[in-house]
Design a protein around this ligand. Structure first.
Ligand code: NAP
Length: 260
């Protein structure tokens, strides 16, 4: 299936590894030129080279912290008129809400709510005037089914979800779509870290926790980041303009409901 994206330009935030990287690869496979962002410049450069070599598209690495104004401006300077924006940032730390200060809450809101909103604000009017835009926010399955140890994520991402639900309906008539992708357990460094935390606080081994989580998923496995990337590319397709304001859960069916 040709997604009709050849020659389009994308900014993919937090894309040197994990789910962001997978989205950048899937878009590059469709012929999209990508600007990728991440804080570790060496890792980002390596990822850019891999994607470039594998796909032949233009891949521009822009190192920086996307949760800062400086980091966002650098990414936007490298791609001032993107057709596609994939919002992503590291998830907040795990923990007990009794220990979180106001500063920790503000950091979570900055990373997982206010940063995507700032980037959307910077690019959306250009997308409207060009009559094409695809915005995908990487959020979390925690939006539908809260994860106890990830209260900062549960809260901040719910805020973003509420905001974009309204905005998506205001821009859809211009062929600009905003949708959210909600990862369940995908095998990335982030998941490894979360499993490690659960093992530590429950006094069990990492292997035991991982095996239990794997078994309990209806698919009997964790998600492959490439599967996530492909879903992102599909939402960005030229023919996906009628998919508006959706929250697509990619969790192997772990969320138990008759309807999403
Ligand atoms: P990951 O494997 O840890 O990768 C995170 C990526 O984001 C790295 O490239 C990292 O590079 C970059 N990054 C982190 N903070 C950044 C910042 N402030 N500015 C720029 N780049 C930044 O994580 P992941 O599993 O792909 O997760 C991506 C998002 O999905 C996270 O918000 C996570 O909470 C959420 N999520 C993941 C899962 C899962 O199962 N994997 C499930 C639910 C939700 P640098 O460190 O070099 O900056």
């Amino acid at each position: 299936m040709d997604l009709g994206l050849r020659g389009k330009r994308a900014i993919v935030c937090a894309a040197s590894k994990g789910l962001g990287r997978a989205c950048a690869i899937a878009l590059a496979n469709e012929g999209v030129d990508v600007v990728i962002n991440g804080r570790n410049a060496d890792l980002l450069e390596r990822t850019a080279a891999e994607i470039r070599d594998a796909t032949g598209v233009q891949v521009v690495p822009v190192a920086g912290d996307i949760t800062t104004e400086e980091g966002r401006q650098a990414a936007l300077a490298a791609c001032p008129a993107p057709d596609i924006l994939v919002n992503n940032a590291g998830g907040p730390p795990t923990g007990d809400f009794r220990n979180w200060s106001r500063d920790e809450w503000i950091a979570a809101l900055d990373a997982n709510m206010l940063t995507p909103i700032a980037l959307i604000r910077a690019v959306i009017d250009g997308m409207i005037s060009r009559r094409f835009g695809r915005i995908v926010n990487i959020t979390s399955g925690a939006v539908k089914s809260p994860i106890p140890e990830l209260g900062l994520s549960n809260g901040a991402r719910a805020g973003l979800t509420g905001f974009v639900a309204g905005l998506a309906r205001q821009v859809a008539r211009h062929n600009v779509t905003i949708n959210n992708l909600l990862p369940g357990p995908f095998l990335t460094d982030r998941l490894d870290h979360t499993l490690g935390h659960v093992a530590q606080v429950s006094g069990r081994s990492y292997e035991e926790v991982k095996a239990e989580r794997t078994r309990s998923n209806p698919t009997g496995r964790f998600g492959d980041p490439a599967e996530f990337g492909n879903a992102c590319a599909f939402l960005c397709a030229a023919s996906s303009g009628f998919i508006v304001g959706q929250n697509l859960l990619l969790d192997g069916g772990a969320f138990n409901a008759t309807m999403g």
